[in-house]
Structures are given as structure tokens and as C-alpha cells.
Ligand binder design. Structure first.
Ligand code: CP
Ligand code: NVA
Length: 310
């Protein structure tokens, strides 16, 4: 594995390697030498609690050093090109983890740099989140293929988009309950269906009826209604997404022991009610913790790539 740019581009074998290694890393939590002597940079243009901290702690636990490079504090924020930044950082570092807006900026960095690039969230995808979520589901409910995952809320967001490609790669049922205007676009859906090929357990439903989406689901999943960068649409989103909430009523439609998941941060009373969130808090925070273990698995596999020189 050279980079982790998206779930769409992730090789199925690499996905399975990550999901096999993560539980082993979790069982043997502690310092290991996979990144010994390595320096990894985190270039973040958007806010982060979980991704930033879990990557920095994970790099340290793997014996490496991390440098947090806020976009505003490096010359990138003053107009230095991505191509030049990538070529410079490739002379110093062993890998970079980037959180930004445009997916193409990640591709540009990967094109010009000679070190692994990890997507820590873009407007298009959040692959590390979904890999941790897949690990969480398998840990708590067994094999993901054969399960029904219902995504409720902003079905056009980065997290849902990564879910779509995960369903295609692994072969499971994904049902998106989202209002029109917040559903995955046709081009993405076509790409997902093509990627799924003939996988027997793959099924994709997109509906405005969240009860239908949640019906008999093994997992109810949600994300914020207002993703980073969409703050200007806040009022409109609150209105249009108002019915697309995980609450007690919706839980009735799902399987009795359905897992409730949230990538966090959570806004109670918006995408999820306080009571449902708190009733499922243990699982939700286990899900958050798994970011660390999965990302350590990703870094371990990428570190084998290391520096190739300029
Ligand atoms: N879920 C997630 O990526 O959280 P942060 O934005 O806090 O990193
Ligand atoms: N869809 C959200 C995910 C936050 C982790 C966002 O992009 O803000």
C-alpha cells in the first residue's frame, strides 16, 4: 500500500490487511518499533479532536515522531504550492496525514511527493473513520458482509460517501435515509455499483423514508448535519434534515440489538437524541477508540513503503 487516499481507491487486499492487523494491535497495545526513527507530519486545514490526537498518539506508540503543521502556520497557507510543499517535506519526513477540503489537493501532494499520504478527511471521503467503523462492527457483531447498515442524515457527506465505497468493496447492505438534496449523487452511485460488481451481499438503497432505511438494520449510523465547510448552510440544513434523526422511534424499526454508531462530534437533539446517544455511549466511544488501533495498522503497513528519496 503506497497511500491511503480514499476507500474508493483502496485495494481490497489492503483493506483486509488493515482490518486483520488492527485487532492484533489493539490486543497488544503499547510501544512497538514499526515507525522507529521516522517523522510524520499532520497538515490540517480543518479542526479535529479524534483524528489529530489518535494519529499523534499512534505515531508515538509506534516509535515515531509527529509534527502538527497547521495550514495557517506553514507557507502553504500563504500560497506556497502543494507541489513544492510535497517535494520539500519528502526530503524531511516519512509520511504525511492531511485533513483538508479538496480531494484533489491530496492527489496533488501524492503526485509530487515521494512519501505516503493519508487522507484524514476531505470533502469527499473519510477513509480512516470508516475503516475504524468496520473494525468496530466486526468486533461487536461479527463479519460485516451480510449485515445491514443504515446511514441516517446527510447522505451526501464525506462519511456516507466512504460508506458507499466500503459497501461495494466488502459486500454488505447499505441503506441511506436522507432527504432529496442530501442524497449521494448519481455519478457516485454509478461508480459504487460498478465497483461492487457481482458481490452477492452488496445491496444499496437510497430513500427519503428513514424508517424504511432503518428497517431491520444491524447498525444505525449518523454524522453531523453540518459538515466542516458547510457552516453557511446551517439554518437551511437544520430545517431540511430535521426528520432525519436517530431517536427512540427510529430505533424501533431496526433489529432489537442494533448497534448505534456516530463518528463524532455529536450534536444532541439534532442528528441524534440525548437519550439514544447516552444509551449507546459505550459503543460510540469504543468506536472512537478504534480510530487509534486502525490508524496504527494503516501506519504500520504504509511505513514499509517509507522514503523513496526524491
Ligand atoms: N470523527 C472525527 O474525525 O473526529 P475529529 O473531527 O475530531 O477528528
Ligand atoms: N462529515 C463531518 C465529519 C466530521 C468528523 C465533517 O466533514 O465535518
Amino acid at each position: 500500500m503506497k497511500h491511503l487516499l480514499s476507500i474508493e481507491e483502496l485495494d481490497e487486499l489492503d483493506m483486509s490487511r488493515i482490518l486483520t492487523l488492527a485487532p492484533k494491535i489493539k490486543r497488544k497495545r503499547g510501544i512497538s518499533p514499526a515507525l522507529k526513527g521516522q517523522s510524520w507530519g499532520l497538515i490540517f486545514t480543518k479542526s479535529s479532536t479524534r483524528t489529530r490526537v489518535s494519529f499523534q498518539v499512534g505515531i508515538r506508540e509506534l516509535g515515531g515522531e509527529s509534527l502538527f503543521l497547521s495550514n495557517n502556520e506553514i507557507q502553504l497557507g500563504r500560497g506556497e504550492s502543494i507541489a513544492d510543499t510535497a517535494r520539500v517535506l519528502s526530503r524531511f519526513m516519512h509520511g504525511v496525514i492531511i485533513r483538508t477540503f479538496a480531494q484533489d489537493d491530496l492527489r496533488e501532494f501524492a503526485k509530487w511527493g515521494t512519501i505516503p499520504v493519508v487522507n484524514a478527511l476531505t470533502d469527499e471521503e473519510h477513509p480512516c473513520q470508516i475503516l475504524a467503523d468496520l473494525f468496530t462492527i466486526s468486533e461487536k457483531r461479527g463479519a460485516v458482509p451480510g449485515k445491514k447498515i443504515a446511514f441516517i442524515g446527510d447522505g451526501a457527506c464525506n462519511v456516507c460517501r466512504s460508506w458507499l465505497f466500503a459497501a461495494a468493496k466488502l459486500g454488505f447492505e447499505l441503506s441511506v435515509g436522507a432527504p432529496s438534496g442530501y442524497q449521494p449523487d448519481d455519478e457516485t452511485v454509478a461508480r459504487v455499483r460498478k465497483a461492487a460488481g457481482r458481490k452477492a451481499k452488496f445491496k444499496l438503497t437510497i430513500t427519503e423514508d428513514c424508517k424504511e432505511a432503518a428497517n431491520n438494520a444491524d447498525v444505525l449510523y449518523t454524522d453531523v448535519w453540518v459538515s466542516m465547510g458547510k457552516e453557511g448552510e446551517s439554518a437551511q440544513r437544520m430545517k431540511e434534515l430535521a426528520g432525519y434523526q436517530i431517536n427512540r422511534g427510529l430505533l424501533q424499526a431496526a433489529k432489537k440489538n442494533a448497534l448505534v454508531m456516530h463518528c463524532l462530534p455529536a450534536y444532541r437533539g439534532k442528528e441524534i437524541t440525548e437519550d439514544v446517544f447516552e444509551a449507546h455511549a459505550k459503543d460510540i466511544f469504543d468506536q472512537a477508540e478504534n480510530r487509534l488501533h486502525v490508524q496504527k495498522a494503516i501506519l504500520t503497513l504504509l511505513s514499509k513503503q517509507g522514503r523513496k528519496g526524491s
